[in-house]
Design a protein. Structure first.
Length: 100
C-alpha cells in the first residue's frame, strides 16, 4: 500500500507544474504520429523515476504509447519553454531524446 501511495505522490509531483506547451499545429502532429495519448498514470514507474532524475525540473505535459505492438513510450517534457521528447522502451530502457 505504501508503494502505491508513493507512486501516486511521485506522479502528482511530475505533473503538478505541467502547463500547456506552446506548439504549432505541425509540431503536435509530429509528436502524435504513430502514437496514442495515454494518461501519465499508465506510464511505468521505472520510466517516471528515470525522467525525474535525467530531466530534473521538467514537467510531463504529454504521455503517448506506440500504436504498433512495440510497447514504446514517448513523453513530452517541458521546462521554461524548452521542450524535450523522450523515448523509452516498455522495459524502462532509454531509447533517445529530442530537443524541440
Amino acid at each position: 500500500m505504501k508503494s502505491i501511495v508513493t507512486a501516486i505522490a511521485f506522479i502528482s509531483a511530475l505533473s503538478a507544474n505541467a502547463g500547456p506547451a506552446h506548439h504549432e499545429t505541425n509540431d503536435i502532429a509530429k509528436i502524435w504520429c504513430g502514437y496514442r495519448k495515454i494518461d501519465i498514470t499508465d506510464v511505468p514507474i521505472a520510466i517516471l523515476k528515470q525522467i525525474s532524475d535525467k530531466y530534473y525540473g521538467y514537467s510531463v505535459s504529454g504521455a503517448y504509447t506506440s500504436e504498433e505492438g512495440e510497447n514504446e513510450y514517448k513523453l513530452v517534457l517541458v521546462n521554461k519553454g524548452r521542450i524535450v521528447i523522450a523515448y523509452y522502451k516498455h522495459t524502462g530502457d532509454f531509447i533517445k531524446d529530442e530537443m524541440k
